[in-house]
Design a protein around this ligand. Structure first.
Ligand code: VG1
Ligand code: CO
Length: 548
């Protein structure tokens, strides 16, 4: 078998965003597009991380969406062409994002390529994505993704093995040119890690006692993980995992677990014969949605509840060294950290910023308002893990999810929280809106918005405490008197136009007001935030397209 060097011309649009390179499937299907990006990863690594892929072990898998296996075959040929020593591939090309992270860590691989556009829709008209993870199992940090982008602008050739498709269905080892390919069980290593983190006997006893879980895999990657862990290892009845067959188009649904896309899960939990607890995860299995019989738990609250109850999980029996949240995530977890006397770090949006804090042991738990929670067991957010964590808290406290959350609010106060997304707006208008807000910052601080005093207004800039690297322009933050906050930023994962995200938060210490609906509690702040940014005038939209 021959290695061929093929001339390549740069594509100008291969700059990774919040989480890898995400584009429409049609963009990825352009001749040479996948090759160019993956070769750029390999070209960038010697300078960005000090070593290249030659002779190394890499991990490869994806969420099974449309184009997964076509891209995977191209990437295997490029890996062989670039002298990779060994590649571990999930059977049928599948690996959830957290499982890929676990496998990279367990086998001390040099890195991994994860094929996913995560919570974005799939299918021929949907999205695809490629993400590179480094040796700690986490997404490449900004320094590396920027080096990949620079390499993509300079690319002149790629190296590929001339060979036919590699069968992916059977476990085992084979040769591919000089490279070894090992097809691995995508679930086994991950399930074993979960058994080390949680008390499986205790959780199995919960199910033996009649506790009923409904886990909605949304026809995405977690179905096989949920069946193995909840049904086989913990003994929950068959059918606990629903929509558990991974499908290339996710059954036509949008694999983003929120109250709109998972409306049937929310409905099932409020029905007369409702299960005790509901959960869902996204396309690549790193997000989680938590639903009790009293409704959906906001991801920001979920992070705070897990932090407060961490000692109920054997992995955290000695407590947490610290926690972190992305900047727009509500400050509910900050109150828990304060009570525990541990630090709480505030990072830019995207999991890549948690990696260095986890590696250094500054934190062991972190999360984002976008339904991502994770810990130092891997370097990605982790959906199934979050559900096992919640089950551990429910089993440990002997209370349902709803009671756990309302107790939490009574103790710490409630942070009402909502995110308003304005999707598919023209990029120039969205940028202009942010630029205007930024320009207004000096006048805002000390002034007032809708009659409420502005305590602080800034453009969030983060300095990583472990390596001093600076990430600027990470979102406009406006903090108001009385515990209110509005944050504005543009999405870095969308594939059509721009998405403005407006994050709204209002602290409420008074328990007699905790039962209010978030929409109602946040209405004055939402109106003030829209007026301040002149959203109707700037974007021509009278309201958000999605509320999360
Ligand atoms: C969004 C979320 C962010 C998350 C990212 C990747 O990014 O806001 O919190 O880390 O998606 O999640 P953005 O730039 O669109 O706001 V996933 O599950 O799509 O990897
Ligand atoms: Co995801």
């Amino acid at each position: 078998m021959d290695i061929r060097t093929v001339p390549a011309t740069p594509f100008p649009d291969q700059r990774p965003g919040t989480s890898g390179l995400r584009k429409k499937v049609d963009v990825f299907r352009q001749p040479g597009y996948v090759e160019g990006f993956v070769q750029s990863i390999f070209d960038a690594l010697p300078e960005a991380v000090g070593e290249g892929v030659a002779g190394k072990t890499l991990v490869l898998g994806g969420d099974g969406r449309f184009f997964n296996n076509e891209a995977l075959q191209v990437i295997l040929r490029l890996m062989a062409g670039n002298g990779v020593g060994r590649v571990l591939v999930g059977r049928s090309g599948l690996l959830s994002t957290p499982a890929a992270s676990a496998v990279i860590r367990k086998y001390r691989a040099f890195g991994g390529v994860v094929l996913s556009a995560s919570h974005n829709p799939g299918g021929p008209d949907g999205d695809f994505g490629i993400k590179y993870n480094v040796a700690n199992g986490g997404p490449a940090p900004e320094r590396v993704t920027e080096a990949i982008y620079r390499a993509s602008r300079a690319i002149s050739q790629y190296r590929t093995l001339e060979a036919g498709p590699v069968p992916l269905e059977r476990l085992g080892t084979s040769r591919f040119g000089d490279m070894t390919i090992e097809i691995i069980d995508p679930v086994a290593d991950y399930a074993e890690l979960m058994e080390r983190i949680f008390d499986f006997d205790r959780l199995a006893a919960l199910f033996r006692g009649g506790f009923r879980l409904r886990f909605d895999a949304m026809h995405a990657v977690t179905g096989p993980y949920a069946r193995e862990i909840f049904e086989r290892r913990l003994g929950a009845p068959a059918g606990t995992a629903v929509n558990a067959e991974p499908l290339p188009d996710f059954g036509g649904r949008h694999p983003d677990p929120n109250p709109t896309n998972a409306a049937d899960l929310v409905a099932a939990l409020t029905a007369a014969d409702a299960p005790d607890f509901g959960a869902a995860s996204d396309g690549d299995g790193d997000r989680n949605m938590i639903v009790g019989r009293t409704g959906v738990v906001s991801p920001s609250d979920s992070l705070a509840v897990l932090a407060a109850n961490a000692r109920l999980v054997p992995w955290f029996k000695d407590g947490l060294p610290g926690v972190a949240r992305s900047m727009p995530t509500s400050r509910a977890v900050d109150r828990v950290a304060e009570a525990l006397g541990i630090p709480c770090y505030e990072t830019p949006t995207g999991w890549k910023y948690f990696g260095s804090l986890l590696d250094a042991g500054n934190i062991a738990l972190c999360g984002e308002e976008s339904a991502g929670t994770g810990s130092d067991h891997v370097r990605e957010k982790d959906g199934v893990w979050a559900v096992l964590f919640w089950l551990s808290v429910i089993a440990g406290r002997g209370e349902p999810a709803g009671a756990i959350v309302s107790d939490h609010w009574r103790r710490y106060g409630r942070h009402f929280y909502r995110r308003h997304d304005y999707e598919g707006v023209p990029a120039d208008r969205a940028n202009a809106l942010i630029d205007r807000l930024r320009a207004a910052l000096p006048h805002l601080a000390g002034g007032s918005v809708a009659g409420i005093a502005v305590e602080r207004a800034d453009d969030f800039s983060y300095t990583d405490p472990t390596d001093g690297s600076v990430s600027a322009h990470q979102g406009i933050r406006i903090e108001l008197a009385g515990g209110a906050r509005a944050v504005y930023r543009l999405s870095g994962t969308g594939t059509e136009g721009a998405t403005l995200r407006v994050y709204l938060e209002q602290f409420e210490p008074d328990p007699s007001r905790h039962a209010r609906r978030p929409a109602e509690a946040l209405a004055p702040l939402a109106a003030a935030a829209a007026a301040l940014a002149e959203i109707p005038e700037m974007l021509g939209r009278t309201g958000p397209s999605t509320v999360a």
